[in-house]
Write a protein that binds this ligand. Sequence first.
Ligand code: SAM
Length: 286
Amino acid sequence: MANLGNPQNTIDIIQKYGFRFQKKYGQNFLIDTHVLDKIVAAAGVTKEDLVLEIGPGIGTMTQYLAEAAREVIAVEIDKNLIPILEETLVGYDNVVIINDDILKVDIEKLAREKNGGRPIKVVANLPYYITTPIIMGLFESGVPLDNITIMVQKEVADRMQTGPGSKDYGALSLAVQYYARPEIVANVPPNCFIPRPNVGSAVIRLTRHPDPVVKVKDEKFMFALIRASFNQRRKTLVNGLGNAPELGVSKQQVTKALEDMGLPEMVRGEALTLGEFAGLSDLLKE
Ligand code: SAM
């Protein structure tokens, strides 16, 4: 089967099957070989690896992954793509295609059965409409992970990578950085896809921390605190957290905790590091 990572071969296969792009599934297929090489290299895929690919589309990146990995499990929601994948991946005996919604697949079970519980790699040109649930689902599920190397909307990649003080800093930055070290490895313009998305894209690698970088007594409470802090971004923490019923803390308690931490009374959430959120969470839980 011809390499799909170019415009003509992609158009040919789409026409052959009369495939119609479904906007609701975020279908933008990669047609740039340099970008494809870069993603697979950034993920550091070797012949030891089990790779989970989310949304293989017509199988373009799947071909690259199958060359580099021991085994690839590709989960695709659109049933119209399955006959196409059967053709484009016919030459590979190390690819399993699952026709399902990635949010419904028991990935932990797959990793256990197919990789003996050793860390897997996740590589994907993600459907942008569900980027956050996919990433958070992977981290929170307890699936053993080496890294997640994904194409996302550029603005989302910036949010994942940034730290305190930036306008992009928020709940997503903190959640991602709690679990992993983010690095943007490439910026990708719209002309690298068919059809062209109307936003810029970026490839970001999230390398799972082997050990937690911050320790917190109640993880759930810390994330509730983080969400409440950024829900009302322009408010001081004392006002924002003191008014959030889901936390059950008073303004006085927040004032006291900030004072104990040596932070200014008027501080906003956007100024706090992950370590400071963990500290605040522990104090408010006491
Ligand atoms: N990997 C291909 C490529 O790079 O050319 C296609 C990437 S395209 C941006 C996203 C793919 O994810 C589409 O094939 C789409 O049908 C699929 N998809 C969308 N939602 C999904 C879901 N919930 N579960 C699994 N696949 C999904």
